[in-house]
Design a binder for this molecule. Structure first.
Ligand SMILES: [Zn+2]
Ligand SMILES: [Zn+2]
Ligand SMILES: [Zn+2]
Length: 203
């Protein structure tokens, strides 16, 4: 019997929120034990998902587009290639963030879930509304993530940026030319940062 060892996988970029899908074949794993699923958006190209093969299992690391954490899932190789549909949820939001299976099934599930995203994002960040500290913390965490990925830079071309907190807001200062940028602590800022490709100081 001929078995179709092809899967459609769908994922959402945590940086630009672009929804992507691609077809994986079992041959993608020949000669390698890791597949990276990259955001195809021009100027983004972030790694959204890593699939690592370990004996007869796959470890799937998903950069979550909802809560910003990395979630790890594990599945047997057999199930991955043969199950009708596989979906994985963000444990914080309770909504699917990774999809694999037959093309039609993946499309259907993807549509159902992404419809819930705007509300889920609102709820995730609303919980911290009274606690401005948490908001500040989440913004700093996001900034650090952007910094780690070298997405924060200064107009002078320098990428070494200092973070300071003044009056509950965050000041980014270029370590070379000392130009700075105020990042206000607000829900809007967080939403903006979650969708930001890059921050440029002195812009
Ligand atoms: Zn992207
Ligand atoms: Zn999550
Ligand atoms: Zn500078």
């Amino acid at each position: 019997m001929l078995v179709d060892l092809k899967r459609t996988v769908a994922y959402i970029c945590p940086f630009c929120s672009n929804i992507s899908s691609r077809v994986l074949s079992v041959f993608n794993f020949s000669g390698t034990d890791r597949i990276q699923l990259i955001c195809p958006t021009h100027n983004c190209h972030e790694v959204c998902v890593n699939i690592t093969q370990k004996s007869d299992r796959y470890k799937i690391d998903v950069e979550c587009p909802l809560c910003g954490e990395r979630h790890t899932y594990s599945i047997s190789r057999d199930s991955f290639w043969h199950k009708k549909i596989i979906t994985y949820k963000c444990p914080a939001a309770g909504i699917d963030i990774f999809f694999a299976g037959g093309e039609k099934d993946v499309e259907k599930k993807l549509c159902e879930s992404t419809e819930l995203y705007p509300e889920a994002l609102e709820e995730l960040y609303e919980e911290d509304e009274d606690e401005s500290f948490n908001l500040l913390y989440m913004i700093i965490e996001r900034l650090h993530k952007l910094k780690d990925r070298r997405r924060i830079s200064c107009v002078c071309g320098h990428e070494d940026v200092d973070f300071n907190i003044i009056n509950g807001n965050i000041i980014l200062t270029c370590a070379r030319c000392k130009k700075s940028k105020l990042i206000e602590t607000s829900e809007e800022t967080l939403t903006r940062l979650l969708n930001a490709h890059a921050i440029i100081i002195g812009d």
